[in-house]
Design a protein around this ligand. Structure first.
Ligand code: HEM
Length: 418
């Protein structure tokens, strides 16, 4: 089945993720063409997997659907060709590894991200959360929550875990935004409108700047290991061999980038829900045991990672359709998290629903930082809610134009805080 051309164009259009048009497209596709081929100018054809059950099936069948063969995020044909022609050595990351290699690399840091280990970080994370609430109070009752508060808290958490000093955070933040916001005219390196190929070039430049920064950090942690995740990775050994430089830098890159924008976007979404729904705010203030449910619903609602791509390793069947070896597939998490077959009234923000979302993915690549993300947000709400006396929107929520990682870029709010 082929996705109608106007819908296909919308799926590859970053601005459709900012203005919400994408939601209507996915709703129609789930109903009419749940697994359809997208043929959009400038892009190699790919299948849009829009139903929750099919997304989970692709993730589960990781031998049939590889992460390592084709780009794992949507890229135009021009961008893919430029990347292939480039002589710059690009770092390799967990998200683009398969099978035993992926398992071995993931194993290196898995222990850091399990709840038992994270509990050791709870007191320090609470200090950082309290600092963010103090900052909100100091702003005098009005702020752009996305730009002034939520951008910084998960950033500090993940940089401390990795071992990046606070003075370098502005640079990390800028680079991550260029990496994920390459398609957004306000966030990319040129600071203006860009076509997909120029966006990809900006993204590559950001990656190379990350590589430059992390190279010296790897040297340092090899010479003098510390108690941070950066040291664990820099001195990682797989099958008796020290891991290679591109893989170490790739690991730093994925932890540094995946670990904050996603969580900031989700925290902002959670605050937006409270500003829109005074009854929900009152309910959470009265009963803090509901906070984890609010966290999980904000994760579903935000679906900050909007897609990942896979490619078929053989001719296979999926949802009654024949997929050919080498076909490219887009796992549309945003769509899966609004699937009417799984979520009643999926467009309602409802903390009573069971947590069944696919916002963290599923299967062998399921988000490595999911427990950390949940814990950071729980602690933030635990610190904010008892001090928050009132909250309302003071302007319009503006979302990032991006097909990959997206979410609120501005959220002006007015509040009373003690
Ligand atoms: C609300 C916040 C977050 C969301 C929505 C999110 C979402 C995702 C998704 C959808 C994937 C791909 C899963 C798949 O392919 O099945 C992923 C992978 C990953 N995430 Fe997160 N993430 C979040 C926070 C974090 C944090 C805080 C970290 C901290 C280190 C992190 C680190 C990673 C890593 C390393 C991977 C790659 C895992 C692999 O390929 O094995 N994420 N995340």
């Amino acid at each position: 089945m082929i996705v109608p051309p106007d819908l296909a164009r919308t799926i590859v259009d970053p601005s459709a993720y900012a203005d919400g048009r994408i939601e209507d497209v996915f709703t129609r596709l789930r109903r009419e063409v749940p697994l359809g081929q997208v043929q959009a100018e400038g892009y190699a054809p790919f299948w849009a997997v829009t139903r929750h059950a099919d997304i989970m099936e692709v993730e589960r069948r990781s031998e049939d659907f590889s992460s390592g063969e084709l780009p794992v995020t949507l890229a135009s044909q021009k961008a893919t060709a430029q990347a292939a022609a480039s002589t710059m050595p690009m770092p390799r990351t967990l998200v683009s590894m398969d099978g035993a290699e992926h398992r071995a690399f993931r194993q290196l840091t898995q222990g850091w991200f399990v709840p038992q280990n994270l509990r050791k970080l709870e007191a320090r994370i609470r200090d950082l959360a309290r600092g963010s609430v103090d900052r909100m109070a100091a702003l005098g009752g009005e702020c752009d929550f996305a730009r002034e508060i939520s951008l910084f808290y998960p950033l500090r958490v993940i940089m401390e875990i990795l071992g990046v000093p606070e003075v370098d955070e502005p640079r990390m933040l800028k680079l991550t935004q260029e990496l994920f916001g390459g398609e957004d005219k306000d966030l990319n390196r040129s600071g203006g409108d860009v076509d997909p190929a120029a966006a990809a070039e900006g993204i590559r430049d950001a990656v190379m700047e990350f590589v430059g920064y992390f190279s010296s950090m790897v040297e340092d942690r090899r010479k003098t290991p510390r108690e941070d995740l950066g040291s664990v990775v820099a001195n990682g050994v797989i099958n008796g061999q020290p891991i290679g430089f591109p893989e170490i830098v790739g690991y730093y890159l994925i932890i540094a980038t995946a670990g904050h924008d996603t969580t900031s976007n989700t925290t902002t979404t959670g605050l937006w829900a409270l500003a829109e729904r005074p009854d929900l705010l009152a309910q959470l203030k009265a009963d803090p045991t509901l906070i984890p449910a609010h966290v999980d619903e904000s994760i579903r609602w935000a679906s900050s990672v909007q897609h990942f791509m896979r490619s078929a390793t053989a001719d296979v069947e999926l949802a009654g359709q024949s997929i050919r070896k080498g076909d490219w597939l887009m796992l549309c998490y945003t769509s899966g998290n609004r699937d009417e077959a799984v979520f009643e009234n999926p467009f309602d923000y409802d903390i009573r629903r069971p947590s069944k979302h696919v916002a963290f993915g599923y299967g062998p690549h399921v988000c490595l930082g999911q427990h950390l993300a949940r814990m950071e947000m729980r602690i933030f709400w635990e610190e904010l809610l008892p001090r928050l006396e009132s909250l309302e929107l003071a302007g319009k929520l503006v979302r990032t134009s991006a097909t990959f990682v997206g979410g609120p870029r501005h959220l002006p709010v007015r509040y009373r805080i003690t």
